[in-house]
Design a protein around this ligand. Structure first.
Ligand SMILES: [Zn+2]
Length: 330
């Protein structure tokens, strides 16, 4: 008796969840992300921290409380369903792992969960009849919308759909091209409402980005001269991975040394974006330099310098890439 009391106390303290958290769910009509039918007996299991955190994060961007019940289950991928007046989000753990491995981004699983949340928030799970193409596109649009707000790129927002959806549609689910367009539509609507100059580098993006080692100082041929920008106090150096160096003055002007000349190449612009210390905007107060920058389409190019000093830019596909880093003098 004493022993079982002690065991019970230990289990309580350690937050152990008893095996009864596995339950048979009656699921009749539910949206399944890629349109598969949900057949047979569905069992719900306790969810993992990753899914809980993802749903929690998504809800934070809606301003609504997180009061969904999240369960790992033997559904084909993910599903939104109401049972006993509780709004459930079911997801297949193995499938989510596969999505992550295929797309190499955490955003893929988040976008699927956001889609399911979109069904609940739009009241689709209250309607009899299950999925319809219109409601699927609405949930896809919501997913794109919320992922922009979470600072995902469009590519990240579309990754799960791009990688795993079948080309053709079905009676319940629209074709892949329409669903990708719906995600883009939501993502762009959010962007129009709240444009951002540069993407913030997210941990997920950092993980899948090949990181090039910064070029060692001895390899640089343009090391800063003793007084790189005469008459100005230099507060920071920007060391780019192509080996170029530029200097940030106290007044926020950015210069480079080029063939013995000091040329104006940019401005330091303050940021109120979380995680971004400041923006490096390419521009020149020198008409000749400006002419060349314009010619190369560089004027107005903006790099984001994050709080750890890494300079981020965009590649031709719109993906955030590491351009270099900043060292501060004070
Ligand atoms: Zn759906």
């Amino acid at each position: 008796m004493k022993r079982s009391l002690l065991l019970a106390a230990l289990l309580l303290v350690s937050g152990f969840r008893p095996a009864s958290s596995q339950e048979l769910l009656v699921v009749r009509e539910a949206c399944s992300y890629y349109g598969e039918s949900i057949a047979g007996e569905i069992y719900g299991f306790s969810s993992d921290r990753e899914a809980e955190t993802a749903v929690e994060r998504i809800m934070r961007y809606t301003g609504l409380p997180q009061n969904f019940t999240i369960k790992a289950a033997n559904v084909p991928n993910a599903a939104a369903v109401i049972r006993d007046s509780k709004r459930l989000i079911l997801y297949n753990q193995t499938f989510m792992e596969r999505v992550k491995r295929t797309t190499h981004t955490d955003w893929a699983a988040i976008s699927i969960l956001a889609h399911e949340i979109g069904h609940h928030l739009s009241g689709h799970t209250l309607e009899p009849g299950g999925s319809r193409p219109e409601t699927e596109l609405q949930a896809d649009k919501f997913s794109g919308y919320i992922l922009y707000k979470m600072e995902a790129t469009l590519e990240d927002a579309q990754a799960a759909m791009e990688a795993m959806a079948g080309e053709g549609g079905s009676e319940t689910h629209p074709p892949k091209s329409a669903r990708l367009a719906a995600i883009a539509n939501g993502w762009m609507e959010a962007r129009d409402q709240n444009p951002r100059t540069e993407p913030r580098a997210t941990p997920a993006e950092k993980d899948r980005r090949p990181v090039r080692e910064p070029i060692a100082d001895e390899e640089r041929d343009d090391l800063p001269p003793p007084d790189p920008v005469p008459g100005n106090t230099i507060v920071a150096q920007c060391l780019f991975q192509d080996g170029s160096v530029s200097f940030v003055t106290r007044t926020g002007d950015i210069y480079m040394n080029y063939m013995g000349m000091t040329i104006s190449v940019g401005r330091r612009v303050p940021s109120n974006q979380a995680g971004v210390a400041w923006f490096y905007v390419v521009q020149s107060s020198d008409p000749t330099v400006k002419y060349y920058l314009d010619l190369m389409g560089l004027t107005g190019t903006t790099y984001a310098v994050d709080t750890s000093g890494i300079i981020w830019g965009r590649n031709a596909w719109g993906q955030a890439v590491r351009m270099g880093h900043v060292t501060y003098n004070e």
